[in-house]
Design a binder for this molecule. Structure first.
Ligand code: PMV
Length: 361
């Protein structure tokens, strides 16, 4: 599919008013996206687990307005009018306008809330942007009821990508690929797709306990981080490594080889942070307790032989990953030994999920 396939063709009358509510989850990358070209095109393919508990619910109300000169919207976040997110939404609307020309015809009220606390250091852009993209697609579907569920999801992912790259991986579950990869049929730089090959039972119901090490605002945004991959001395090797890790994962996911799975995903997490530490300017998002947790996980894994592992996103929090059949022992270890490293003892028990849901309106 080309980007032009997502240009809106209006067959019917637009509704005067209405509303839609979608809940959309966050996701955690196993092979990381870090570095992009123009128009949010990733430098390398990535693959993620869709999460279940960490999600954003967004209600989009729309009313036709008289003049279609500018974008018009109010943002209500957790029950209160919020101006902070407005520039991000304005930029999003500008980027997607060519694909949804009805945007200027309406006044929108965007009411949104997260299941996770705002000040948790968990990025809400993936769940937030995907929930909004889905609400907008519901309007398109009302105008063009003939669009297929496949087109609906692909275009929702395409639009979400233009809001925040990784958001395109939050529409469906449970394993999602974004970015063209020669060995993954149907993969695209424009939108994410469900991982199309066999997945071993070891990876079903996988757990992700998110340890909230630092709930503060990140010192360096992911936008800045992505840009620092331009002229980065190790960029090309990194993009090649990600391609290779995707290839290796295909076999690992099929055979259920947890040992190699752990090697790939932990290396991916540390490489992501190594890219941050070796860019110019350089920066460090891990905190002392991030390292304490990583070392404790390695020691426990060595002692018990359990397949507990970690990954990181662009922050200090640690995602502790473990298979369903070892969950009881891993949870006990987390509670006894890792929660002490969390800010105010806060952590979130999540697991692999199956994507966004339309709520009854
Ligand atoms: O979607 P962005 O632009 O916030 O970038 C997300 C980047 C990582 O979370 C670090 C990696 C990923 O693939 O999700």
């Amino acid at each position: 599919m080309e980007a032009s396939s997502f240009i809106f063709s209006k067959n019917n009358k637009t509704p005067n008013t209405g509303q839609f509510t979608w809940s959309s989850p966050s996701n955690i990358a196993l092979v990381k996206y870090w570095g992009k070209k123009e128009n949010q095109i990733p430098e390398n393919p990535s693959i993620s687990f869709t999460l279940d508990a960490c999600k954003t619910t967004t209600t989009l109300r729309f009313t036709e307005k008289e003049h279609d000169d500018s974008f018009s919207f109010d943002m209500i976040f957790e029950g209160k009018k919020n101006q902070d997110f407005k520039p991000k939404i304005e930029t999003f609307f500008k980027r997607i306008e060519a694909y949804l020309p009805f945007l200027r015809n309406y006044h929108f009220t965007i009411e949104t809330e997260n299941t996770f606390p705002h000040s948790s250091g968990i990025a809400s852009s993936a769940s937030g942007m995907s929930a909004l993209a889905l609400c907008l697609m519901s309007i398109e579907k009302e105008i063009n009821p003939a669009i297929t569920p496949e087109y609906f999801n692909q275009k929702a992912s395409f639009l979400a990508r233009l809001g925040s790259g990784s958001a395109c991986r939050s529409i469906e579950g449970d394993l999602i690929v974004w970015g063209k990869h020669a060995n993954i049929e149907g993969s695209s730089n424009l939108y994410a797709v469900k991982y199309p090959y066999q997945v071993h039972d070891n990876f079903k119901k996988y757990h992700d306990t998110i340890l909230l090490v630092d709930k503060g605002e990140k010192q360096v945004s992911s936008t800045v981080g992505h840009n620092l991959m331009h002229n980065h001395p190790f960029a090309q090797q990194r993009f090649t490594q990600a391609e290779e890790n995707m290839t290796k994962l295909i076999d690992v996911l099929k055979t259920g080889d947890l040992k190699t799975f752990i090697e790939i995903i932990e290396s991916e997490a540390l490489t992501l942070h190594a890219m941050m530490m070796t860019s110019m300017p350089y920066f460090i998002l891990m905190k002392p307790n991030t390292l304490e947790i990583i070392n404790a996980i390695w020691a426990f894994r060595k002692k018990t032989g359990l397949h507990i592992s970690f990954t990181l996103d662009a922050g200090a929090n640690v995602h502790v990953l473990y298979p369903e059949k070892e969950a009881a022992d891993c949870i006990e270890f987390i509670k006894n030994e890792l929660v002490a490293y969390c800010q105010n003892g806060h952590y979130i028990c999540d697991r692999i999920g199956f994507g966004a849901k339309l709520r009854n309106n």
